[in-house]
Design a protein around this ligand. Structure first.
Ligand code: SAM
Length: 319
């Protein structure tokens, strides 16, 4: 569906839970998180109702995220039912990869097409420190498994942070020499816990690119927000996503559904539209979603405001 600014909105990201099995320092506080109760979280059938209505309005791409989507019971069934919805032709997940090794095969059978695995460091100790809990080898095994299963493309999301993992940039580049993965370096955003680290850790990609003239610019996928590069002869690619320093709102094609049933037309705006109360009235549900899409804000204001205006943190929205 075309919004009031002429953008074709065809992509819905759905956060199925705010729970996560990691505690990444720039995303979630270590303690004091009150997880939502099961009654607060949209039921499986309710999520499907929204997917159905969204598909009728031209959404053809669904991404399940969280929290951690793989901690949700029956995520494979949700993916399967989603794959049967007329109009939906691409289902993806964003995951930290910790539980993926054991689940990847079932998820693929259920209809999963694409996987983004979040991985900020290739060093086991640093991985433990940034995630506060995680085991790097589990994520690496999951990446291999997805490649073996032919889930294509396997994308790796890496938030590049000054003084934390910028020194590993070449190690990530070297990974693409042998592995057919797409590593997407994402700017740290001043949202949630990221606000506390932003000034110290923010890193624009211009300075990285200047240091690496060996990177060859290549064409980006249609509707991708990444600027793509590769090393000569490499099996994989790398991308830079710069939501703060080089915002791409004019090309934004997404809306987001939180696990409590609100639509966020823009990641960084306070605005949330509650769909929950219309779940038993398909006409009202459709009209409310239509209006939310049509009125999607033109752009975010991170560059003037210095912090996201969203009342929710990334783990409550899903990225
Ligand atoms: N648990 C899943 C995962 O780790 O991929 C999905 C949810 S997580 C919130 C989605 C993405 O948001 C991750 O790639 C994470 O690195 C990113 N993220 C969280 N906080 C961020 C921030 N302040 N700036 C940039 N990316 C952030």
């Amino acid at each position: 569906m075309i919004d009031r600014h002429g953008r074709n909105i065809n992509y819905l990201r759905i956060s199925v839970t705010d729970r996560c099995n990691l505690r990444c320092t720039y995303c979630m506080p270590e303690k004091g998180i009150e997880s939502l109760s099961h009654d607060d979280i949209l039921r499986f059938e309710d999520t499907l109702k929204i997917v159905k209505v969204a598909a009728s309005l031209g959404i053809n791409k669904i991404r399940y995220t969280g929290g951690e989507p793989l901690v949700m019971k029956d995520i494979d069934k949700l993916i399967y039912e989603t794959s049967k919805q007329p109009g939906v032709d691409e289902i993806a997940i964003t995951t930290n990869g910790i539980l993926l090794y054991d689940m990847a095969s079932d998820l693929k059978k259920a209809g999963l097409k694409r996987v983004n695995i979040s991985l900020d460091t290739l060093d086991a100790e640093k991985y433990k420190s940034i995630t506060r809990i995680g085991n790097l080898s589990k994520v690496m095994e999951s990446i291999d498994k997805c490649l073996t299963l032919g889930l294509k493309p396997v994308k790796i999301n890496t938030v590049l942070m000054r003084g934390f993992n910028d020194t590993e940039f070449e190690d990530f580049l070297n990974l693409t020499r042998e592995m057919p993965v797409e590593i997407r370096f994402i700017e740290l955003m001043p949202i949630g816990e990221g606000i506390n680290l932003y000034e110290k850790r923010k890193l624009g990609f211009g300075e990285i690119l200047k240091l690496h003239p060996e990177l060859i610019q290549i064409e980006s996928e249609k509707s991708s927000t990444a600027q793509m590069y590769k090393l000569k002869g490499a099996k994989g690619k790398i991308g830079f996503i710069s939501p703060v320093s080089c915002k791409f709102c004019a090309d934004c094609n997404k809306i987001r559904l939180t696990s409590i049933g609100t639509i966020k037309p823009c990641l960084h705006s306070k605005e949330e539209i509650n769909l929950r109360k219309y779940l038993n009235n398909e006409e009202l549900l459709t009209n409310t979603l239509k209006s939310a899409i049509f009125n999607k804000p033109l752009e975010h204001h991170l560059e003037e405001e210095k912090a996201s205006r969203s009342d929710k943190m990334m783990y409550q929205i899903g990225g």
